[in-house]
Design a protein around this ligand. Structure first.
Ligand code: NAI
Length: 304
């Protein structure tokens, strides 16, 4: 998406970490920014860090609450008029072996990460479509969504869904001038280790309490992580370039290549049914992938 100045972005979980980094970058690009977050203390700190009160609206929102979401979208439109960019960024995590997971662990993480993203799409997409000026939807997934790994079954499930959602919507919405991007960062300095503070009492029963305590005591690796400003600028660049996958780290290259090759290698050596292939052609290739290969080669200045 181009011509950002004067347009409006709605960033969930925008008052801390990656969301705040995205909000800063979009504000720096001349946009109005709605920062929607469940935590009052994060909202207060974000107001101070972002400044520019004339172009920033910091709103309390629980993305799992659909009525709350509609009210927040109404308030955003009342303040800035049209909404153009939706960043489905609010997210929480539990980490540890799958057999420790309770239903509440699954419901909480999927409720925020996937349910909150669904609520963003259903609430905000029609508002973007209505003004016909185009727009952009960014789902903050994770490299865990592209390269799932042991110990992150619930989180990886939510993030894989966030990527798939973008891959399904992209070709549908592109003709309307609405671009969809999956943001897939590696590790970023943030407050996600405090996520349990926003966990609702009715979903409190966790199998990960001990694992969480041990992890909190396990040391701080922030020196290995990118900053929220670095990744915020990366998202801005990804939006301006219409990138399908917005990535931040090269360390995952081999893992991604192995996963892609493993999937390719598993395709059976059977004769194709030409009629099946012709009848349902849209199932066998998604045009966004070929287009992205061309886009990325162009961005890197290599011949397509
Ligand atoms: P963070 O904890 O610093 O920021 C997340 C914000 O979301 C917080 O301000 C929190 O109050 C808010 N939030 C939580 N539940 C909410 C709800 N129900 N409704 C509204 N707001 C809610 O964490 P971080 O790391 O910046 O996370 C942002 C996104 O980035 C998440 O989706 C996370 O999964 C993803 N991510 C983070 C990575 C990292 O290394 N920090 C790496 C890859 C992805």
């Amino acid at each position: 998406m181009q011509n950002l100045p004067g347009k409006t972005a709605f960033v969930t979980g925008g008052a801390s970490g990656i969301g705040l980094g995205i909000a800063k970058a979009l504000l720096g690009a001349g946009m109005n920014v709605v920062v929607a977050d469940i935590r009052d203390d994060h909202l207060e700190a974000a107001r101070g860090e972002l400044g520019s009160p004339e172009r920033v609206l910091a709103l309390k929102l629980d993305v799992t609450d659909r009525a709350d979401y509609a009210r927040a979208a109404d308030a955003a439109e009342a303040r800035f008029g049209k909404l153009h960019i939706l960043c489905n960024n609010a997210g929480v995590a539990v980490v540890g072996p799958t057999d420790l997971a309770t239903f509440a662990d699954w419901d909480w993480v999927l409720g925020v990460n996937l349910g909150g993203t669904i609520n963003g799409i259903v609430t905000i997409l029609p508002r973007i479509q209505r003004h016909r000026e185009g727009g952009h939807i960014v789902n903050t997934a994770s490299m865990s969504g592209l390269l799932p790994h042991p110990g992150a079954t619930i989180y990886g499930t939510s993030k894989g869904a966030a990527v798939s959602m973008i891959e399904c919507m992209r070709a549908e919405l592109e003709p309307q001038g609405i671009i969809c991007s999956a943001f897939c960062p590696g590790a970023v300095q943030s407050n996600i280790s405090e996520a349990a503070k926003t966990r609702p009492a009715k979903l409190a029963e966790s199998g990960y309490a001990e694992a969480d305590k041990r992890r909190q005591q396990g040391g701080n690796f922030f020196h290995l992580y990118q900053t929220k400003e670095q990744v915020g600028e990366r998202v801005l660049k990804g939006i301006l370039n219409d990138e399908l996958y917005i990535m931040t780290h090269s360390e995952f290259r081999q893992g991604l290549e192995e996963r892609t090759e493993a999937i390719r290698a598993a395709v059976p050596d059977l004769p194709e049914n030409a009629e099946y292939k012709a009848t349902f052609s849209m199932l066998f290739r998604n045009p966004i992938h070929a287009a992205e290969i061309v886009r990325q080669k162009k961005l890197r200045g290599s011949p397509s």
